[in-house]
Design a protein around this ligand. Structure first.
Ligand code: AHN
Ligand code: ZN
Length: 338
């Protein structure tokens, strides 16, 4: 991080508040009791049933804006929609605006979007995802696309879609813990594949800013869960390296819950690689033990799902069943915390 970054990032610490009521939701989802979990196992009582079609619709709605690349109109409009949508579900929504410097010198106008449920509860869980999409399809098979923005359905859209559906569920019933949903900006403006020099910490610019300047100066949470690339058909979530380094007990708890409610095929008991993602900065700068639920595949050039950072990361690769596996697992965890 350059000193320029620090200076720039301290300018414009604008925080906007949105007044919110707790309405929202279509009311179609009941509690689970022994209801279907979408898998072949019953859910524990009192855990709401995650609606995969609603989550899918939240992914589609993001794609309708076009690529959510910082400094574009689509990005501004999407930010407004995300804050407004979370405002229907949460107790408070704050938009943390800042300027940060990208690897190529571009000054990015970013917005981290923070929705809080039961903000007075001191026992809190942090849920996060990045809402921006990558400006470069630098892994696209066609070199003509290497400087075009990606649709970002799985990479970006899926994690946000799951969190919006969790927010909708929390508008209808609350767990014992307080919950903060933080949508980070500028995660995916990391240096281009074809860059000739290495820029340190070029990914996760929004999370780096938030970790140094949290929306509450003394903000803390028991643990955090980051969702990244959680929507592709047949996804496998391996136990990511930094998650195991900083929060091994949370990884085990999440994977055990997934297995218990019938999603062991997605949450596999295998070691994944180390991914420098938003959770790395939440762990190292803010010291909140935070895991990353992220789709990793061996044998690809980059270690992720096949359409990663290509023009084909579009809505047609999103499978509502994968969104369900992740969303229902996270909801189960929230409602089992005491
Ligand atoms: C690196 O490849 C260094 N980080 C990947 C983080 C990422 C990109 N998540 C989504 N897109
Ligand atoms: Zn990406």
């Amino acid at each position: 991080m350059t000193s320029t970054y620090y200076m720039l990032s301290r300018i414009f610490p604008v925080v906007l508040f949105f007044a919110v009521g707790c309405s929202g939701g279509d009311g179609s989802q009941g509690r689970s009791k022994a209801a279907s979990s979408g898998s072949d196992r019953p859910l524990p009582a009192e855990v709401p049933v995650f609606n995969q079609d609603s989550a899918f619709a939240f992914v589609a709605a993001q794609l309708d804006f076009g690529p959510r690349v910082p400094n574009t109109e689509a990005h501004r409009r999407a930010a407004q929609w995300l804050a407004q949508t979370l405002g229907r579900f949460a107790d408070t929504v704050e938009v943390q605006q800042a300027k940060v410097r990208a690897f190529d010198g571009t000054v990015l106008n970013i917005s981290n979007i923070i929705a809080s449920f039961d903000p007075e509860n001191r026992s809190r869980i942090l849920l996060c995802a990045h809402w921006d999409s990558r400006p470069f399809a630098d892994f696209d098979p066609d070199p003509a696309n290497h400087y075009r923005p990606i649709p970002g359905a799985n990479d970006g859209g899926s994690g946000v879609g799951v969190l919006l559906e969790i927010a909708r569920q929390l508008s209808m019933s609350r767990p014992n813990v307080g919950v903060d949903i933080v949508l980070f900006d500028a995660e995916d403006y990391g240096q281009h594949e074809q860059a000739t020099t290495y820029t340190e910490d070029s990914w996760g610019l929004g999370s780096q800013h938030w970790a140094r300047n949290p929306h509450r100066h003394d903000y803390n949470a028991r643990y955090g869960i980051l969702l990244d690339m959680v929507g592709a058909a047949g996804a496998q979530f391996k136990q990511e390296g930094f998650s195991m380094m900083y929060a091994p007990n949370i990884v085990r708890k999440v994977w055990a819950a997934a297995r218990r409610i019938g999603y062991g095929a997605y949450f596999v008991d295998r070691e994944g690689g180390f991914v420098t993602d938003d959770h790395y900065y939440v762990n190292t700068i803010r010291n909140i033990p935070t895991i990353n639920i992220i789709h990793q595949e061996e044998g690809s050039r980059h270690g992720f799902f096949p359409q990663w950072h290509t023009m084909d990361d579009d809505l047609d690769i999103i499978d509502p069943n994968t969104l369900k596996a992740v969303g229902q697992t996270v909801l189960t965890l929230l409602f089992e915390e005491r």
